[in-house]
Design a binder for this molecule. Structure first.
Ligand code: C5P
Length: 314
């Protein structure tokens, strides 16, 4: 059906090649390692909070891989996937906290405030041990990238629900992704599930990060890097799908901003905060536009307040 699309009347009509400069959803040639096709016309940095929220709601639904999705079938996968859906596992959530791993959380004293939320998401190897005064103790979800192969060793991974993501081709072709994931983590996932069957552990569908990337690019005038959004940005979108209200800590840096990359490590680099591989600067500009909290909350606490997507009537 290439070169054809259907109007609402369902009549097939010829459409211009998807590389032209006609306004509307016209995407350019594949670029970068993942074959990203960015919107070339109609990008804007002036959309309202509501418009951006509705784009997220319509375009970035949360989806995890399940039995029968493309190549994810057969006995091994039947044994591996949790029997409950992510929503069933977590139940309805009112208030949620997203704890980035930024060095600026150090000496914040935000731990009790973070723990007062119904659910807390943390990322990769972010530990709470020794830092609970600043980042809290509660871990409801841990979102990790597929390179994170310390699953088996670290006690930090044993609390809450795990979700893993892996950079897939922009085409979202599951068979291609399955054959050549960015990091070979599928076997590791199955082994982990065998060892710890009681712990819910999901694989995020690749459409999620690319749909999110599309919304970031569509709302940025410059070309953004053709790589998936950061784990933290994906975590914000996960929580916006699951929770009524979302507080995000130190994604938009407070007065404590620092070149310290992570609160739990000694490594310094500003690229952890502004990005190099990920389009982080543009992720942060977008989150700033949908923030419902005050500028004082950002400056003093590094805190952004977002509506959950269920709260938006679109
Ligand atoms: O580095 P890592 O990806 O494990 O950190 C988790 C997330 O926290 C990042 O993906 C990013 O969204 C956020 N972060 C940040 N500023 C930092 C470090 C991390 O915004 N200095």
């Amino acid at each position: 059906q290439s070169g054809l699309y259907r109007h609402s009347t369902d009549q097939p009509v010829a459409c211009p090649p998807r590389t032209g400069n006609v306004s509307g959803d016209v995407r350019g040639k594949p670029s970068g390692y993942f074959g990203v096709r960015r919107m070339v016309e109609g990008r804007s940095e002036n959309r309202t909070r509501k418009e951006i929220m509705c784009a997220l709601k319509k375009q970035v639904p949360l989806s995890v891989m399940k039995l029968g999705d493309g190549p994810f079938s057969g006995d091994e996968w039947e044994r591996s996937f949790p029997s409950k859906s992510l929503e069933e596992t977590l139940g309805p959530l009112r208030s949620c906290a997203v704890v980035t791993s930024a060095g600026a959380l150090l000496n914040s004293g935000l731990g009790p405030e973070i723990d007062s939320h119904d659910a807390v998401i943390r990322f990769n190897s972010a530990t709470t041990t020794g830092y609970s005064q600043d980042v809290g103790n509660k871990t409801t979800i841990r979102l990790v990238n597929s390179k994170w192969n310390k699953f088996f060793r670290s006690p930090d991974y044993k609390t809450g629900t795990l979700i893993v993501w892996d950079p897939a081709p922009y085409s979202k072709n599951l068979t291609q992704w399955y054959k050549k994931p960015d990091f070979k983590f599928f076997k590791l996932y199955q082994q982990y599930r065998k060892l710890f069957p009681e712990q819910p552990f999901y694989i995020l569908g690749p459409a999620f990060h690319w749909n999110l990337w599309d919304v970031i690019q569509d709302n940025s005038v410059p070309n953004i890097v053709p790589n998936p959004p950061s784990t933290g940005m994906q975590g914000i979108a996960v929580m916006m799908n699951l929770c009524e209200k979302v507080s995000v800590y130190e994604f938009l840096p407070s007065h404590r901003r620092t070149s310290l990359c992570h609160y739990y490590e000694k490594h310094h680099s500003w690229s952890c905060t502004v990005g190099s591989y990920h389009p982080m600067k543009f992720e942060k500009l977008l989150i700033g536009r949908i923030n419902q909290g005050s500028d004082e909350d950002i400056a003093a606490l590094g805190k952004v307040t977002l509506n959950g997507l269920s709260q938006e009537k679109c």
